[in-house]
Ligand binder design. Structure first.
Ligand code: AGP
Length: 609
């Protein structure tokens, strides 16, 4: 992961870098550092801990420096420490680098560099880059960076600053994101657009294999053959305010509460004029192609994978098309059975997840049509897929994904409906009924959000639990997986999701007096079966919190506590039932005093394998 930023202009470089790093902290937050030229001398300040630690350390000092690079780290090679924090230097202390990614052959390179007499100051893979640049430098910073990088295997975005060239910054991108910003006589590079929004909305989106050079005269882009690359400026028209907390104590709560609006945005532009049908005009697939697919393969990680699980159920149910789902990190190495009749659906909020990107490339290499579902316009996934459906959730900052999930789930419904129509698997009346139910969802989520306090109360009651189990059948099982992930990632309580019928095959052994079990009971056809499983839990004295659509007498008499959601067809329940689970996780974490937006050991964008 890691966030990187570079600045060249007339402002105080250190404060511009620090502002950028604070926006990028979601990418990693175990240490941070800046390097800059002070009267021509390369200096560095770096500290273990959050950006705030570095900020305090730097104090209110005014810096007289107009060029610098910065980094916020998520450790891969070498534990978080001052020493391992970026920037890293070569032996002469003339070159400073910051890096996002993993140098896979670093051990080999380090050994060779040591044999050549280089001295290392850290345990990181990144430091080899500084020494490689030192060796490759013959007067051109850009060519030195290129010649260093051609020796590297792995993933990277790198930014380089040198005392030899006080008027320039060079950066290169392979797998990890990089954008360059054009201001008024000032130039930037960063991992992500929001870091640049206080200064400019004119951006170059850099591709893999490109090197960018910032000088006082502007920005130039080159490929690895050192040929100039011409690129259009991308003008950012979204609102910087959208990425701020707006009075909420945490981004996560803000983003949970933004779901009605996000879902309206996702659905709105895809409704037909009459409002009783949908279209997906943005995809290029012809009706013939859609009819010819014999399989859909959904590939994603984490929460996006859970959205894909809902997608599998709904696509199979309404489009009657076989769907497989795989974790991106598994898909890539298991030699999956794919052919040109397989549609590969890639789901990724950030559009930059390394495993997901690798899966996308694997699928394309095998001749599959790749359709991406992503939130980030211009992300790597969006650019490399054959088709993109944007979720339009708006910037999601909290590490725990919420509105990204519900909008991904909604897109899966839209995709299922579109495929079902083209393949003749659904009638117009059935389509209209599902669309009508989907249109109700934003308002129904508003109703759930009005009762936030009940989840806060519930969380206070259960926040000392060691374990929490989540049960469901069918679509409820898919949502249970997401409920468990939300709880464990932000509250650090052990949580597991089980297909309710599977409990008795092992996990029931863990149920004892007072163990909380959340039972999702939104699937009418499976309700009795689910309640039998709940009784198995009750017989072992577990405490059951049931979740139903509307009043449910059976749940009332079986569960210890029942959460009643607005009435809705079982088929669209995942869009509603996940919201109480998000709120439950949020308030559990709040009651335990956890760092909700930045949970330990995690980062928002996982750009390492
Ligand atoms: C969940 O809350 C996490 N943020 C995580 O599981 C995330 O969904 C996963 O890392 C995939 O990220 P992506 O959607 O950006 O590819």
């Amino acid at each position: 992961m890691c966030g990187i930023v570079g600045y060249l202009g007339n402002q105080d470089a250190v404060s511009v870098l620090m502002t950028g790093l604070k926006t990028l902290e979601y990418r990693g937050y175990d240490s941070a550092g800046v390097a800059y030229l002070n009267n021509g001398t390369l200096e560095v300040q770096k500290k273990q801990g959050r950006i705030a630690v570095l900020d305090d350390y730097l104090g209110t000092q005014q810096w007289q420096t107009q060029i610098g690079i910065g980094h916020t780290r998520w450790a891969t090679h070498g534990r978080p420490s001052d020493r391992n924090a970026h920037p890293h230097f070569d032996c002469t202390h003339k070159f400073a680098v910051v890096h996002n990614g993993i140098i896979e052959n670093f051990a080999e390179l380090r050994e060779r560099l040591l044999a050549n007499g280089h001295k290392f100051a850290s345990e990181t893979d990144t430091e080899v880059l500084a020494h490689l640049v030192e060796e490759a430098y013959h007067g051109s910073l850009r060519l030195a960076l290129r010649d260093a990088l051609v020796q590297v295997r792995g993933s990277y975005t790198v930014v380089l600053l040198s005392e030899h060239h006080p008027d320039r910054i060079v950066a290169a991108r392979k797998d990890n994101p990089l954008v360059a910003g054009i201001g008024d006589g000032e130039y930037f590079v960063a991992s992500d657009i929001p870091a640049l929004l206080p200064y400019t909305r004119n951006i170059y989106l850099l591709n893999a294999g490109e090197i960018v050079e910032l000088t006082p005269d502007g920005i130039n882009i080159f490929d690895f053959q050192d040929r100039p690359v011409h690129k259009e400026i991308f003008h950012v028209n979204w609102d910087a305010q959208a990425a701020e907390r707006g009075g909420y104590p945490h981004f996560m709560l803000k983003e949970i509460c933004e779901q009605p609006k996000a879902l309206m945005d996702t659905l709105g532009s895809r409704l037909t004029a009459g409002g009783d049908d949908i279209h997906l005009d943005e995809i290029s697939l012809t009706p013939e192609q859609i009819r010819n697919f014999n399989k859909v393969m959904i590939v994603a990680c984490g929460t996006a994978y859970h959205a894909g699980m809902v997608g599998k159920y709904v696509l199979e149910k309404v489009a009657r098309l076989p769907v497989e789902i795989d974790l991106a990190s598994e898909f890539r190495y298991r030699d999956p059975l794919l052919d040109p009749q397989t549609l590969v659906v890639i789901i990724s909020q950030s559009g930059e997840t390394a495993d997901t990107m690798a899966a996308l490339r694997e699928a394309k290499q095998r001749g599959c049509h790749v359709l991406a579902v992503t939130n980030v316009v211009g992300s790597s996934v969006a650019r490399e897929a054959d088709d993109v459906i944007y979720t339009w959730a708006g910037p999601e900052i909290a590490v725990a994904s919420t509105k990204a999930y519900t909008t991904q789930v909604l897109v899966m419904y839209l995709l299922a409906l579109q495929f079902a129509k083209v393949r003749g698997a659904i009638t117009q009346e059935q389509t209209a009924a599902i669309v009508a139910a989907l249109k109700q969802v934003p308002e129904q989520i508003e109703q759930i959000l009005k009762q936030k306090e009940q989840y806060e109360k519930l969380a206070k009651q259960y926040c000392q639990s060691q374990d929490v189990f989540f049960l469901g059948r069918g679509l409820d099982y898919a949502v249970a997986l997401e409920g468990a992930l939300k709880l464990k990632e932000i509250s650090y309580i052990h949580a597991e999701a089980y297909a309710a019928g599977e409990l008795k095959h092992g996990t029931l052994a863990l149920i004892e007096e007072g163990v909380p079990v959340v039972a999702l009971a939104t699937q009418d056809e499976l309700l009795e079966k689910l309640m039998s499983n709940v009784k198995e839990v009750k017989a072992r004295e577990g405490t059951v919190i049931g979740l139903c659509l509307g009043q449910c007498a059976l749940a009332e008499e079986t569960c210890d506590h029942v959460i009643t959601l607005p009435e809705a067809p079982s088929f669209v329940a995942p869009l509603l039932s996940v919201v109480p689970l998000q709120l439950f996780a949020y308030y559990m974490a709040a009651a335990r005093g956890c760092d909700i937006d930045k949970p330990r050991n995690l980062a928002k964008s996982v750009t390492v394998e």
